[in-house]
Design a protein around this ligand. Sequence first.
Ligand code: MG
Ligand code: ZN
Length: 264
Amino acid sequence: MISVPRQHQHEHGDEHGHGHGHGHGPGQHTHDDVHPGKTAIRSDPQESEETIVLEQKVLAKNDLLADHNRTHMAQHGIVAINLMSSPGAGKTTLLERTVRSTNHRVAVIEGDQETLLDADRIAATGARVVQVNTGAGCHLDAAMLQRALSQLSAEDNTLLLIENVGNLVCPALFDLGEQMKVVIISVTEGDDKPLKYPHIFAAADLVVVNKTDLLPYVDFDMAVCERNARSVNPDVRILALSARTGEGLDTWLSELDRVMPVVA
Ligand code: MG
Ligand code: ZN
């Protein structure tokens, strides 16, 4: 197992705007404050415009690198899947089980702000793994994937599972060159997640609802979650599973077969 040292820590609003650039001075607040909960307060439009220009530049550069990654991986038969979720949705547990259950040759890239903990878990399965620590950064970008790929030196015809940093916001914006974007939510999070974080659900090819073994103990309505996900992404595929018990895992494994040709 190898770890890739962070090469640059991006600060919020420096490399890409996260909407943190705007202050919270008194001028920004409106009479909405008088009726909290009734009206959403949105950011200052002028400051947002500057943020958008900066973000577009960063994203255009990222998209070029993502295309480069895509071409490189296609040449080597590497199929990459970008797994995105909040912290604690069970990405690493799903990866552990996937590595142990799939027939494909698998390699893993682990994204976390700090530690090698998740990479250690994956390494214990025997899969090749590289940990990327993003420091202050809250998502993986195409440049990080490029560096991780060169560290990984995966064999040709490998299924590459990329665990993004736990965050449902900016990973949606950063194409890595992957073939499939998967958003994982767990039943402990609430079935309204797709409405609160519509961008990442709109970008997803597949939504995985994890921890179905906990359904009896939580107020999570699968039908409502599906309806909410489809309201932002009408064609998205949705499947439910428990990475802990293995329930529903077959459907997940066949989703991987859809994008990864089975090698004879
Ligand atoms: Mg993890
Ligand atoms: Zn970010």
